[in-house]
Design a protein around this ligand. Structure first.
Ligand code: ZN
Ligand code: ZN
Length: 348
């Protein structure tokens, strides 16, 4: 089968590799329809690592994907050949304390698609995964929409962790695909007042179209001052979706006492700092987001019912052969790109 492989930093080649086989009776062989390029894939592409996860070349990236069941193992229930599915890229062990307490997203033995040292990714014609990773989608859903379920489910998980109340003033710092997914999830959940920032005007324009009450370019203006003028008491929740020290600092300034910082962004550095006395005096709560938990099915429901429209986020389309160009474009934030969608079997 064809697969797009990272062969060294910033170099992707499409090569022929062996097709994966069903290993166990609960496995499913999926034909990949579409794969979205994630910010974490771009970290590997540009730097070869995220924290302790270091790439060994050649490496197959990709985890935001949708596919069609090609073959199912003998014990697979509820999935038959031809069924289209959105894919949860996390394979949890099902046995550890985390899995047993309903937290497969922090499973101690987890393996993740396209994660160095764990599983090879989905930028290929076929992938084998356990049936638990496969979530049927309605025929009306496009492959691109189905591949957006995974990033949307992270936005939904972040929103659920935040315990948003109707009318809450919130800030979303960073308006890439994940920041915008958080915005979509928050707007679908409640009539919140969402203040959003970014460094790219096109993303802010998108945030405004998706329901942000205010947007600001942090490179061109003092966004903390502007938001504090509009919300003198401070905001109740900040979703940090940029992974930068500066946005963490802004979050601490923007929050009202008793507020909650939800860290969604993935920093490129190994450590960040917080002004501990401000955290203490404001009695702020910090919550970290690790992947998503039980949000795939509700995300499918939100999209298939039309409550959330993910289509505006999918700005660019590529074939598997063009994976390298997709990664270059996303790395350089060219042409107003938000989500690059790579169509493998899907001909959309
Ligand atoms: Zn991702
Ligand atoms: Zn586990």
């Amino acid at each position: 089968m064809k697969a797009a492989l990272l062969t060294r930093l910033r170099e992707i080649e499409v090569r022929d590799v062996p097709e994966p086989q069903l290993y166990g009776p609960r496995d499913v062989l999926l034909r990949i329809d579409a794969v979205g390029v994630c910010g974490s894939d771009v970290h590997y592409y540009k730097t070869g690592r995220i924290g302790a996860a270091v790439v060994k070349y050649p490496f197959m990236m990709g985890h935001e994907c949708a596919g069609t069941v090609e073959k199912a193992g003998s014990e697979v229930r509820g999935l038959r050949p031809g069924q289209r599915v959105a894919i949860d890229p996390l394979v949890a062990c099902g046995h550890c304390d985390q899995c047993r307490s309903g937290r497969p997203n922090t499973c101690r033995n987890q393996r993740f698609l396209g994660q160095p040292g764990e599983l090879s990714g989905s930028l290929a014609e076929y992938v084998v995964l356990p049936q638990e990773c496969c979530y049927p989608v309605p025929e009306s859903m496009t492959a691109g929409q189905a591949a957006m379920i995974e990033p949307l489910s992270i936005g939904l998980h972040a929103q659920r962790l935040a315990h948003l109340e109707t009318g809450s003033a919130i800030a979303i710092l960073g308006s890439g695909p994940i920041g915008l997914s958080v915005l979509l999830a928050c707007r679908a959940a409640s009539e919140c007042m969402a203040y959003t920032t970014d460094l790219i005007d096109g993303r802010l324009k998108m945030a405004a179209e998706l329901g942000a009450v205010w947007t600001g370019n942090a490179e061109q203006r003092d966004v903390v001052k502007a938001i504090c003028e509009a919300e003198p008491a401070g905001v109740e929740i900040v979703f940090e979706c940029a992974g930068e020290q500066e946005t963490l600092n802004q979050a601490v300034e923007l929050l009202k006492p008793g507020g909650t910082l939800v860290i969604v962004g993935i920093p490129e550095v190994d450590g960040v700092s917080f002004p501990i006395h401000t955290l203490r005096r404001k009695e702020l709560t910090i919550k970290n987001v690790r992947r998503q938990n039980h949000c795939m099915a509700p995300a499918i429901e939100l999209v298939s019912s039309g409550t959330i429209d993910v289509n505006p986020l999918i700005t660019h389309h590529f074939a598997l052969q063009e994976t390298g160009s997709a990664f270059e474009m996303v790395s350089n934030y060219r042409d107003g790109i938000i989500k690059a969608m790579i169509h493998v079997a899907d001909k959309a």
